[in-house]
Design a protein around this ligand. Structure first.
Ligand code: NAP
Length: 309
């Protein structure tokens, strides 16, 4: 068996990584979890979670993330705060190269690097990010107390956060490119019942207008091609996610546009490398399946490590 620093390295400290870490620590593996910021991943940006079992009253994203981390730490999981630069996952010794020149080695790796928000790529978006354009309702919602704002998107995130934003804004206008939401029926019902939420259907945003801060949005109806200006102070772009794949050696891993392809045991195409959570190629991205995948990935890692003996 190759000599390595660790048996298992977990990259990423969201729900998937922390659950893999919990299982690995309980299995007494020589494991380390690498995380560049506070553990918790995207959950930290979620205001209120009502569909994670065990919390009948709901729980904030921050509290849930802290509980995940505390539970893993109780069994001795070590988290190293560091920035991964690149990886070499081919062969029996997996190498993780860190910023600053340090290299960590292991026999097995679990990739749990997650995903991040998509951007629209329209004029004004980049320039006005942080000045009225936001990708995180939980972080920035309170800035819009008493104001009118727009939410772009029609998925679970957009609709859940539109409802959340009505706590602060006087009016939330959801702009969706189709005439039907992608969000789950339960969230749709909540939004339709909320009289602070209005919908603009079949419409895309073509420009964020404003010099120093957001003053409005240029809209275009996709059917009639008619243009309009919507005056708003804030604009939440909630149009899906893309994989955090920049540090991953995609040439060594089967993937679908950067989302890692796994089998049912969360094994990737590279022996000894598992993936879990939002970085995986899949249809459902919920906290509950991310945690399940973290557990499955750890068990697959244990099986792989046993097979080396
Ligand atoms: P999503 O399900 O991929 O939805 C993205 C939305 O943005 C869609 O409505 C899409 O329109 C729209 N969109 C994408 N690109 C666009 C563009 N360039 N311009 C305008 N609109 C655009 O993403 P998500 O809502 O972030 O959800 C991600 C995953 O997390 C999903 O699996 C979701 O179920 C899950 N999630 C669950 C919860 C919950 O259960 N409480 C909360 C948040 C997220 P189209 O519909 O036309 O494609």
């Amino acid at each position: 068996m190759p000599v390595t620093d660790f048996q298992l390295i977990i990259v990423g400290g969201g729900p998937a990584g922390l659950t893999a870490g919990l299982y690995a620590a309980r299995a007494r593996l020589n494991v380390v979890l690498l995380e560049k910021g506070a553990a918790g991943g995207q959950v930290m940006n979620t205001d209120w979670i009502e569909n994670y079992p065990g919390f009948p009253e709901g729980i904030t994203g921050l509290d849930l993330a802290e509980k995940f981390a505390a539970q893993a730490e109780r069994f001795g999981l070590i988290t190293k705060l560091c920035e991964v630069k690149s990886m070499d996952l081919a062969g029996p010794v997996k190498k993780i190269f860190l910023e600053g020149g340090e290299t960590l080695t292991s026999q097995a790796v679990i990739l749990a690097t997650g995903a991040r928000p998509n951007q629209l790529g329209i004029p004004g978006e980049k320039e006005l990010t942080g000045k009225g354009v936001s990708y995180c309702a939980t972080c920035d919602g309170p800035f819009y107390r008493g104001l009118e704002i727009a939410v772009i998107g029609g998925g679970d995130t957009a609709i859940q956060e539109a409802v959340h934003l009505t706590k602060f804004a006087t009016r939330v206008i959801v702009i969706h490119r189709r005439d039907e939401l992608r969000a789950s029926k339960h969230l749709q019902e909540k939004a339709f019942a909320n009289d602070k939420i209005e919908f603009i259907w079949d419409t895309v945003v073509t420009e964020v207008i404003g010099s120093k801060e957001v003053e409005g949005l240029r809209l275009q109806n996709v059917q009639s091609e008619e243009e309009a200006i919507l005056a708003v102070k804030g604009c939440f772009v909630l149009v899906g996610i893309r994989p955090n794949m920049e540090t991953l050696p995609l040439e060594q891993l089967d993937n679908d546009d950067g989302f890692i392809i796994t089998d049912k045991e969360m094994r990737t195409s590279q022996p000894g490398v598992m993936a879990a959570g939002d970085i995986c190629s899949k249809n459902v991205r919920q906290i509950v399946n991310a945690t399940g995948e973290g557990a499955v990935a750890c068990l697959a890692a244990e099986n792989y490590l046993s097979s080396l003996n």
